[in-house]
Design a protein around this ligand. Structure first.
Ligand SMILES: C[S@@+](CC[C@H](N)C(=O)[O-])C[C@H]1O[C@@H](n2cnc3c(N)ncnc32)[C@H](O)[C@@H]1O
Length: 272
């Protein structure tokens, strides 16, 4: 299904679960962040949301409404097929037209991160290629999976199993849909939770395209250092020095650094 044209977002103080009468066809999902919840709809629902909160005192307080064009959510990008590192990322509503040698991934980005346009994702896909030229990681841990794009890419390159961790409800549902679009239900195990709590899971390769404070926390978890390859992304140019210094104080060594548009991604491995 193509994405909706408009998004209506209702901010509520409180962590809420919308009732069935609000989660009909135009309901896109609920995003909980800290002590607030954000309900996403493709049609205006302000009156219904307010009525529900009024009828259930103590549940939450209506804070604000934002309506925007879906294209603004995607930073003005029209979602069209895109190519990177031999992957052909095709929105599910487009007819795929791969070229010889392309690896096609079918994606419905919804409201989650990982449409394939952002440099942090693209750098990871390039580094993934690099890793699979050196060997074939059998099990992959994808921390902050978003749409699931990197998990799907790792499987397409030959990984046998991926564990995909994500804490955002909307992204978890989006990734589940994308896993189905690519018929990978048998190969990806989804965990709805905080990446830091699952950093210990054994794998040959870990993918972490996630913001800097989480990356730095990961480097402070001793059980994290049981993998062979590490791909870190989501690092701005201004943060690169800080991250590399933190990395240097671990048992890992930097194997490759790629950058695009002020974003950096790093491939690291066990120090030899
Ligand atoms: C930059 S996006 C990367 C998405 C996808 N892996 C990609 O490369 O395009 C980061 C993702 O990590 C999730 N995330 C951020 N902090 C997290 C945490 N502490 N635990 C689990 N997921 C987290 C976000 O919700 C988001 O989906």
């Amino acid at each position: 299904m193509p994405p909706p044209e408009k998004l209506f977002v209702y901010e509520i103080a409180g962590r809420v679960n919308p009732p069935p009468e609000l989660t009909a066809q135009d309901f896109l999902g609920c995003w909980r962040e800290g002590s607030c919840s954000y309900l996403f709809f493709s049609t205006p629902r302000e009156a219904e949301v307010k009525a529900w909160l009024k009828a259930n005192p103590g549940l939450g307080t209506f804070l604000s409404v934002t309506d925007l064009n879906y294209s603004d959510w995607e930073a003005g990008q029209a979602l069209k097929p895109t190519r990177v590192a031999g992957f052909y990322l095709c929105p599910v509503w487009e007819e795929p037209q791969p070229e010889p040698g392309d690896i096609t991934l079918h994606l419905e980005p919804g409201l989650a991160f990982g449409s394939g346009y952002h440099p942090t994702t693209r750098l990871c896909l390039s580094l993934l290629r690099h890793v699979f030229q050196e060997g074939t990681p059998c099990r992959v841990l994808d921390l902050g999976t978003g749409t699931g794009v990197l998990s799907l890419a790792a499987l397409a390159l030959g990984a046998r199993q991926v564990i995909a961790v994500e804490y955002n409800d909307l992204a978890v549902h989006t990734a589940a849909r994308n896993i189905r679009h690519n018929a990978r239900q048998q190969d990806i195990f989804q965990i709805h939770g905080d990446a830091r709590d699952f950093a210990y899971i054994p794998a040959e390769l870990v993918l972490a395209n996630i913001h800097l404070d989480v990356l730095l926390d990961l480097l402070n978890i001793p059980e994290f250092f049981n993998k062979k390859w590490y791909i870190f992304s989501g690092i701005l140019g201004t943060q690169r020095g800080r991250f590399l210094a933190a990395l240097q104080s671990t048992s890992l060594e930097t194997m490759s650094v790629l950058d695009e548009n002020m974003w950096y991604a790093i491939l690291a491995g066990k120090r030899r």
